[in-house]
Design a protein around this ligand. Structure first.
Ligand code: SF4
Ligand code: SF4
Ligand code: SF4
Ligand code: FES
Length: 967
C-alpha cells in the first residue's frame, strides 16, 4: 500500500525554518514520550532521538545528518547513551521510543566524539582562516563543539590533501581535498533533487564522491540545482560567488522571480551585493529546494545592459536621449493625451506583465481603466494560460488550480498533459519525482518523451504520444472509456455536480465517435493504451492531473481545459488532497496578473466589467466612472494598430515583440504606433520599437507579492536599491499623476490594502498577515482567514460542478504536401521564457542557441545531419535554426524553444488561436524544413535592426547622419 506523506504537515513538530534538526519530521498521530538528559520530550512515533532532542534545544553533534535527508548513520558523531542498551547508538538513526532514557553528554561520549573529529581533521587541510567557508562550516563548528584541541596524527601517511578541484560548473566548485565523504551531497541529489548524478566511488579510505562515471560535474547528469552545495557541511562544494566575494553578512527572505513554482529564497547579502541565493526551508512552495535559475541565475540584476536612465525619442530611427524621470514621464503623458485627443479615448491601452508583482499589475490596469478611461488592458497570460481561466471558471467556478504542490505526495496516479515539469517547474518536478519513486503511477500525454518518463526508479509509466493538436480527441476518448466501462464516481456526481449538465455530457461522451478505437486514427495513440490509462486514473484512490501550455496554447485550449475538468468531476477527483486539476503556470506571477484584473473584460478578482455592482464598488474607491464594455485584447490591439485606430501603448515588463506569435504582424503593429512606452530592465525586443524607455526594477529592487501556481501569495522583499531610483509601481503612479489621475501610495502594502478592499477572494490579505503566516493561498477572507490550500472541498463557487460539452474540432493548422511536418515549441531548464534574464547569466553555457529537434526518420528523408542549418518555413514566415537529431518526438513532429530572439521561433508561428480566449496556437504549426546555408531574410533584417538600435541606445547620432534608418 502506497504511504501518503505530506511534507507540509506536522506543524507542531516542524520546528523553525532556520534550524537543522538533523532528520526529517515524522507525521504519526501516535506520540511517544522519552527522557533526554532529564527532560521529558514528546514527539510523533518514528521521530529520531536526534530530532526529538533538537526540538528541545538539546543539540547533539552531527555531520552526516541533515533534516531534509533520511538518516544515514555514517559519521557516528551523534552517538548517545541509552539506558539498558549496549554501546553508543547513533541518535540520527535511532527512533525515539516511549520510556527511553537517553544521555547526550558525558565523558565517554565526549572522548568518542573527539576521536572521530580527530580522524576527520587529520585528513583535512588546516587552512580554516583562509577557507571560503570560514565561519559557515559545520566541520569547524563540530570541532569546536566536541572540544577538539589538537590532532595526534600527522599528515605524513596517505591522505587526500592533493585531491583535485573540479571547477567545471559555472556556479560552484568541488574541492575534493576537503571532502569528508559524509555523502550528504549524494543523498541530496537523490532524495531532494531526484537526479542521481552523484555516487560514492571506491571503498574505505579510497571512497570518494564522483559526478557521473568519474567525469566532472559538467559532463555528468547534474542539473545544477545546488542541493548538494547546500547539503555539504564543509567547503568542498561551494558557491563560486562566496569564494570570490566572501561570506554574506545579512539575509532577507524573498521569492524567486522566474517560474510559477514561487520558491522562497534567503537573499544572502554583503551590503547591497547579493552573495548567494539560498532556498528557504520555510518556503511553503519549495521547502528549501531550488533549481539552477532561482539559485544561481540572479546576476542579470547587475548586468551592464541594465537600463539605468529614462530615455525618449520622437521616432524609432532616432537616437535615444537620456532625460530626467520628470521629463520622460511628462513626455509620455503628453503623447498619450495628444493621442487620445486626436484619435479618441479608445486609441490607447496598456499591457501588464506576469513577471511583475501583483501590486504593479493592479496599478497598470487601474491606470488604464481609471486614467486612460477605457478597458484596453491585457496581459501576457493571454498567450499562455487564458484558457485555464476560462475553462476552469466555466466548470469548477474558479479560475485557478485546485491544490497545493504538496498535495502530489498524496496522489496515487499522476497524469501530466502538455507539461514538462522537470524543465519548466523544476522544484515541483523534483517533488513529483519523489512521489513517483515512492510508487505513484505516471501517465504522460505529450508528443514528446519528456524527462519525467526517465525518472530513476519509476515503475511502468504510461506514455500517450499524441499528435499535436489532438488533445481534445484524447481527453474525450479517456472520458468515453470511463463512462463506457462504468468507472465513473456516481456518488460524487450525484452529490456535487449539476445533473442536467451531467446527463447531457454523458449522452455526448458516450457516443461511439469518442471511443478510443475511433479516435486512434486522429490522436495516433492506440485504443488499448487509452483504455489502460483511463482505467488507471479512474480506479486510483487519488488521481491528479497536472497540465501546462501544451494544453492551453491550442485552437481548442479552453475546450481541453474543460475536458480535463470533466474527467476529474466524473471520477470524483476534486476536493481533497492528492487529486485535482492543476495548471502549471509558466511565469512567476501568471496567476497574480490574472487575479489582478489585467484582462480587458474583468476587474480584479475576475469581476466582469459589465457587473454594475462590482463596477460601482471600484468607481467609489477610484473616484471615476468606469467603462462597462470589455476593451481590446492584445491581438485586437495589434490589428487595430495596423488599421490605424489604436495609436499608443504602455507596456510594463513584457516583451511582446519576441513572445507573441507571427512576428511580422507584431512588428508591423508596433511600427504603426505613434507612442510606445516600454518599462523594462533591458532594451528588449519591444523596446526597439519604443519612443519612451522607462527603466524597470528587478525583483531584488522592490517590495510586493507574487502569486504562484497554487494560488500562494508570497512576499517579494527589496534587498537592494532600484538601479534607476524608482520601483516599478512608483513609475506607474508618476505616469497616472502626470495624466491627471491622482495616485498617492507610499508603499506597495497600501496597494495591497486597496486590492483587499475590492477583491472578495483577497479581503483577508495584508502584508502583516503575510509576514505572520509566511504565505497565503487565496481565497483569504472571513470564511477562510488563513487562506484555502485545497479548493472545492464541500462545494464549488458556482454551487455544483458543471460538465461541459467538448466537441473535438481539428485545428485548421494542418499538414499538407507543402508543409508536411508539425512544429511544436517548449522550454528548457536553464533558460527562462524569452531569455532576457537568463541569457545574461552563465546559464548560457547550457543553451546558447535554440535548435530544431528532428526525428531521425524525418532527418534521413531530407539528408539532414546533426548540426546542419535548417530553413523552417510555415504559412507565416521562415527562419533558420541548427538541427539536432532526437528521438524525443514522434516522426513528423519537430520541436524548438524560443529563448533567443534571433532564432525567430515566432516568425513561423501563426496567429491561429483559441476560440474562447485568443491564446495563440504556439503548439501546432505546419512547417517544412530543408537544409540551407544562410540565415533567413527576417534574421538578416533582425540583426541589422538590432545593431542599429544598440547604436541608437548609445545616442549615436552619427548613425542617423549616415542615413542608416530603421525602415
Ligand atoms: S547540483 Fe543538484 S543535480 Fe547537480 S549534483 Fe548537485 S544535487 Fe545533483
Ligand atoms: S562533498 Fe561535501 S557533502 Fe559531499 S561527501 Fe564531501 S563533504 Fe560530504
Ligand atoms: S523552480 Fe521556479 S521558482 Fe523555484 S527556483 Fe526554479 S525558477 Fe525559481
Ligand atoms: S550524524 Fe548521526 S551518524 Fe552522522
Amino acid at each position: 500500500m502506497l504511504q501518503h506523506f505530506d511534507p507540509s504537515k506536522g506543524s507542531a513538530y516542524k520546528g523553525s525554518p532556520d534550524k537543522d534538526y538533523g532528520t526529517p519530521a515524522r507525521l504519526s498521530e501516535t506520540l511517544v514520550t522519552l527522557d533526554i538528559d532529564g527532560v521529558q520530550i514528546t514527539v510523533p512515533e518514528g521521530t529520531s532521538v536526534m530530532r526529538a532532542a533538537a526540538l528541545h534545544d538539546i543539540n547533539i553533534p552531527k555531520l552526516c545528518a541533515s533534516d531534509n535527508l533520511e538518516a544515514f548513520g555514517s559519521c557516528r558523531l551523534c552517538a548517545v547513551q541509552i539506558e539498558g542498551r549496549r554501546g553508543y547508538p547513533a541518535s540520527c538513526t535511532t527512533p525515539a521510543e516511549a520510556g527511553m532514557k537517553i544521555t547526550t553528554q558525558n565523558g565517554k561520549l565526549a572522548r568518542l566524539r573527539r576521536n572521530i573529529m580527530e580522524l576527520y581533521i587529520s585528513d583535512h587541510p588546516l587552512d580554516c582562516l583562509t577557507c571560503p567557508a570560514n565561519g559557515d562550516c559545520e566541520l569547524q563548528d563540530m570541532a569546536g563543539a566536541v572540544g577538539l584541541r589538537d590532532v595526534r596524527y600527522g599528515f605524513e601517511g596517505e591522505n587526500h590533501l592533493d585531491a583535485k578541484t573540479d571547477s567545471s560548473n559555472p556556479y560552484f566548485s568541488f574541492d575534493a581535498s576537503k571532502c569528508i565523504v559524509c555523502s550528504r551531497c549524494v543523498r541530496a541529489c537523490e532524495e531532494v533533487q531526484g537526479t542521481f548524478a552523484l555516487t560514492i566511488e571506491g571503498r574505505g579510505f579510497d571512497s570518494k564522491v564522483a559526478a557521473g562515471q568519474g567525469g566532472d560535474f559538467m559532463s555528468s547528469d547534474c542539473v545544477s540545482c545546488g542541493a548538494c552545495v547546500q547539503a555539504c557541511p564543509t567547503s568542498t562544494l561551494m558557491e563560486k560567488s562566496v569564494i570570490d566575494a566572501g561570506q554574506p553578512e545579512h539575509s532577507i527572505v524573498t521569492t524567486c522571480a522566474y517560474c510559477g513554482v514561487g520558491c522562497s529564497f534567503k537573499a544572502e547579502m554583503k551590503g547591497d551585493q547579493v552573495i548567494r541565493m539560498v532556498p528557504y526551508k520555510g518556503g511553503d512552495a519549495n521547502h528549501g529546494h531550488s533549481c539552477v535559475k532561482g539559485r544561481f541565475a540572479f546576476g542579470y540584476a547587475t548586468h551592464a545592459d541594465r537600463i539605468k536612465h529614462p530615455m525618449i525619442r520622437d521616432s524609432i530611427d532616432q537616437p535615444w536621449r537620456e532625460v530626467s524621470w520628470e521629463e520622460a514621464i511628462g513626455f509620455a503623458a503628453r503623447r498619450l493625451k495628444e493621442t487620445q485627443a486626436k484619435y479618441g479615448r479608445e486609441s490607447i491601452g496598456g499591457i501588464t506583465s506576469s513577471r511583475c508583482t501583483n501590486e504593479e499589475t493592479y496599478l497598470v490596469q487601474k491606470l488604464v481603466r481609471a486614467g486612460f478611461r477605457n478597458n484596453n488592458t491585457d496581459t501576457c497570460a493571454r498567450v499562455c494560460h487564458s484558457p485555464t481561466g476560462f475553462g476552469l471558471k466555466a466548470t469548477l467556478g474558479e479560475s485557478a488550480g485546485t491544490q497545493t504542490f504538496d498535495s502530489v505526495m498524496q496522489s496515487d496516479v499522476i497524469i501530466v498533459i502538455g507539461a514538462n515539469p522537470t524543465d519548466a517547474h523544476p522544484v515541483f518536478g523534483s517533488l513529483m519525482r519523489r512521489r513517483l519513486r515512492e510508487g505513484a503511477e505516471l501517465i504522460v500525454a505529450d508528443p514528446r518523451r519528456i524527462d519525467l518518463l526517465k525518472t530513476p526508479h519509476l515503475k511502468d509509466a504510461q506514455h500517450l504520444p499524441l499528435r499535436p493538436g489532438t488533445n481534445v480527441a484524447l481527453i474525450n476518448a479517456l472520458a468515453h472509456v470511463i463512462m463506457d466501462e462504468g468507472l465513473e464516481d456516481t456518488d460524487f456526481i450525484a452529490s456535487r455536480c449539476d445533473d442536467k449538465g451531467y446527463q447531457a455530457w454523458r449522452a455526448f461522451i458516450s457516443d461511439a465517435r469518442h471511443s478510443p478505437e475511433q479516435m486512434e486514427a486522429v490522436t495516433g495513440v492506440s485504443a488499448e493504451a487509452v483504455r489502460r490509462a483511463a482505467r488507471t486514473y479512474a480506479t486510483a484512490p487519488n488521481g491528479a492531473i497536472y497540465y501546462g501550455l501544451g494544453v492551453t496554447e491550442h485552437s481548442q485550449g479552453s475546450t481541453m481545459v474543460m475536458g480535463i475538468a470533466n474527467l476529474a468531476l466524473a471520477t470524483g477527483n476534486i476536493g481533497r488532497e492528492g487529486v485535482g486539476v492543476n495548471p502549471l503556470r509558466g511565469q512567476n506571477n501568471v496567476q497574480g496578473s490574472c487575479d489582478m484584473g489585467s484582462f480587458p473584460h474583468e476587474l480584479p478578482g475576475y469581476q466582469h466589467v459589465s457587473d454594475d455592482a462590482a463596477r460601482a464598488r471600484f468607481e467609489q474607491v477610484w473616484g471615476v466612472t468606469l467603462d462597462d464594455e470589455p476593451g481590446l485584447r492584445i491581438p485586437n490591439m495589434f490589428d487595430s494598430a495596423i488599421a490605424g485606430t489604436f495609436k499608443a501603448l504602455y507596456v510594463q515588463g513584457e516583451d511582446i515583440a519576441q513572445s507573441d506569435p507571427n512576428t511580422h504582424h507584431v512588428e508591423s503593429a508596433l511600427k504603426s504606433l505613434d507612442c510606445l512606452i516600454v518599462q523594462d530592465i533591458f532594451l528588449n525586443e519591444t523596446a526597439k520599437f519604443a519612443h519612451v524607455l522607462l527603466p524597470g526594477s528587478s525583483f531584488l529592487e522592490k517590495n510586493g507579492t507574487f502569486t504562484n501556481a497554487e494560488r500562494r501569495i508570497n512576499r517579494v522583499r527589496k534587498v537592494m536599491p532600484a538601479v534607476a531610483g524608482k520601483e516599478d509601481w512608483e513609475v506607474t503612479q508618476d505616469l497616472a499623476n502626470a495624466l491627471g489621475y491622482p495616485m498617492n501610495y507610499a508603499h506597495p502594502s497600501e496597494i495591497m490594502d486597496e486590492i483587499a478592499s475590492l477583491t472578495p477572494t483577497f479581503t483577508g490579505v495584508s502584508y502583516d498577515k503575510l509576514d505572520q503566516l509566511g504565505s497565503i493561498q487565496w481565497p483569504c477572507n472571513d470564511e477562510h482567514p488563513d487562506g484555502m490550500p485545497t479548493m472545492h472541498v464541500e462545494d464549488f463557487p458556482i454551487g455544483r460542478g458543471q460538465f461541459a460539452i467538448t466537441e473535438y474540432v481539428a485545428t485548421e493548422e494542418r499538414t499538407n504536401r507543402r508543409f508536411p511536418l508539425l512544429l511544436t515549441t517548449g522550454r528548457i531548464l536553464s533558460q527562462y521564457n524569452v531569455g532576457a534574464q537568463t541569457r545574461r547569466t552563465d546559464n548560457q553555457i547550457w543553451h546558447d542557441e535554440d535548435v530544431l529537434e528532428v526525428h531521425p526518420s524525418d532527418a534521413e528523408l531530407r539528408g539532414i545531419r546533426d548540426g546542419d542549418w535548417l530553413g523552417i518555413s510555415s504559412r507565416a514566415g521562415q527562419t533558420v535554426l541548427r538541427a539536432r537529431i532526437s528521438e524525443r518526438m514522434l516522426p513528423g513532429v519537430v520541436y524548438t524553444t524560443f529563448h533567443h530572439p534571433g532564432s525567430g521561433a515566432n516568425v513561423i508561428t501563426t496567429d491561429s488561436s483559441d476560440w474562447a480566449t485568443n491564446c495563440p496556437e504556439y503548439k501546432v504549426t505546419a512547417v517544412q524544413v530543408e537544409k540551407v546555408s544562410q540565415p533567413s531574410e527576417w534574421q538578416q533584417n533582425f540583426r541589422s535592426f538590432e545593431k542599429l538600435q544598440h547604436k541608437l541606445l548609445k545616442g549615436d547620432a552619427a548613425t542617423l547622419a549616415n542615413g542608416n534608418g530603421a525602415g
